[in-house]
Design a protein around this ligand. Structure first.
Ligand SMILES: [Zn+2]
Length: 468
């Protein structure tokens, strides 16, 4: 483990004196916000600015505030609803709410306008969110960065209701919470080491959307697994990564990221003796049958539509996810589609025409980790480019980011042999390593408890409560 881990384990001691405080980047520099509008639910907020006297806010005119960039983008101003300048020139503004008189609930906190969800993806949208605890604002090249500083358990309540909906069974919510807590603690290197926060609020880290999606069930789920973490056989927090759907078989960390992550090994996600076992591992030889065999109609794989019907899945998915089919899916990409995405997202700037694809390596879940693209360049020369890693396969082939890299490519050619289009038949959504969110949901719907769910997806780990 690198010493730059956000929560390093010293001398094997992984328990903590108290619940940690985490700093989550919610509005980032690249979001391009020159100002942020917030609404306070009541009086008693404190404004802290380094080097200046604290300010306590009260009254109608400070119920809505704007924090905006000033002085050529290097400083911040705080303005009241009626345009009064409350803070003229600050390097940092911290907005600290009064200590609440009752336990926090759904919708509590400061309302922040226009937070981006799905950052960098085609489904990105702006939503208003309510966030508890401290909001810190920092200028960044003309834009405003906003960091939410809050206790880990409060953050996790916003993660389990952001990653999936609050209608999931409680045992699934607990499994998701423990995985999310372990992931955050178990990062060997912080995801954003050069920012004023270590984690962001979106899919790049974990989806965190404040208190808007909270309900009694989510609050109870967090309470029942408070401080519980997955510990690996070597005594570290498990870097418990997860994704939406394995497609029936989960993936090895080595195949996805090129490194071994303790606990993240490929497993079959179905009851013992399931017909899916004959596809373990998925290879070129059994791929067709795995992707569209008759067995799929009656499969008992936990992520399959037979366990979690795709028509009802939107009830359980997070609020920004799209409706669709994830266990098996089909997609058509024309020559023009491929040229556009491989040029803009795959880095093939000299590409004129795609000639062929060749899969040279798959992981045990069928996810492609090495893909050769044969193409003609601007000078008419034939070249081969190898795409490495499932992430770049998914990013490079489609402007909409493919659901997964577990797919078969079927070429369609014109009479003179030119590649006109390809059709893809794929399985699953996401990298497929660790917890399968839809499979875990299927297990909870079948009555499994959160320990059983977690110990299936994370191999050899144990559960421990590391703080009270
Ligand atoms: Zn991030």
């Amino acid at each position: 483990m690198s010493s730059s881990a956000p929560f390093p384990i010293v001398d094997g001691k992984y328990t903590m004196e108290r619940e940690p405080i985490v700093r989550i980047g919610v509005i980032l520099e690249e979001d391009g916000a020159s100002g942020v509008d917030v609404e306070l639910p009541g009086d008693g907020y404190t404004v802290d600015v380094p080097g200046q006297a604290s300010l306590t806010l009260s009254g109608e005119s400070t119920a809505a505030l704007r924090i905006q960039s000033t002085s050529g983008g290097t400083r911040l101003q705080l303005l009241s609803r009626d345009g009064r300048v409350l803070v003229a020139d600050a390097l940092t503004i911290r907005l600290v709410p009064p200590v609440p008189s009752r336990p926090l609930g759904a919708g509590d906190g400061t309302l922040v306008r226009d937070i981006i969800a799905g950052r960098g993806f085609h489904w990105a949208k702006k939503i208003d969110q309510t966030l508890t605890h401290t909001l810190e604002f920092i200028p960044a090249n003309g834009n405003v960065v906003m960091v939410n500083e809050l206790p880990l358990e409060t953050y996790l309540t916003g993660v389990i209701t952001g990653e999936m909906s609050n209608e999931c069974p409680i045992e699934y919510m607990k499994a998701q919470a423990v995985a999310a807590r372990s992931w955050l603690l178990g990062q060997p290197v912080p995801p954003h080491p050069d920012r004023p926060f270590l984690w962001c609020n979106d899919d790049c880290c974990q989806r965190y959307q404040g208190t808007g999606g909270w309900n009694e069930l989510a609050i109870r789920a967090i309470d029942q697994c408070r401080g519980e973490v997955l510990i690996t056989p070597s005594g570290h927090y498990c870097d418990a990564r997860y994704s939406k759907s394995t497609g029936g078989i989960s993936e090895d960390s080595e195949s996805v990221w090129g490194v071994h992550i303790e606990g993240l090994s490929s497993v079959i996600d179905a009851p013992a003796g399931s017909p899916i076992e004959k596809f373990f591992p998925v290879t070129e030889a059994n791929l067709d049958e795995y992707l569209d065999g008759e067995w799929l109609k009656t499969t008992d794989a936990f992520a399959s539509p037979n366990v979690v019907p795709e028509a009802t899945i939107t009830r359980y998915l997070g609020r920004v996810d799209e409706v669709g089919e994830y266990f098996r899916w089909d997609l058509e990409l024309t020559q023009a589609n491929l040229v556009e995405s491989l040029t803009k997202r795959g880095g093939l700037t000299d590409l004129v025409e795609v000639l062929d694809f060749k899969v040279t390596q798959r992981g045990r879940s069928g996810r492609i980790s090495l893909l050769d693209v044969r193409y003609r360049d601007r000078n008419g020369a034939e070249k081969t480019h190898t795409i490495r890693r499932e992430y770049y396969v998914r990013a490079g082939l489609s402007m909409k980011f493919l659901y997964s890299s577990a797919f078969r490519i079927t070429p369609h050619r014109s009479a003179d042999g030119r590649l006109e289009k390809v059709t893809l038949r794929g399985a699953g959504w996401g990298h497929g390593a660790g917890l399968c969110q839809i499979g875990g949901l299927g297990r909870a719907l079948k009555g499994q408890d959160y320990r059983t769910i977690l110990l299936h997806y994370y191999i050899g780990v144990r559960l421990e409560r590391i703080y009270k």
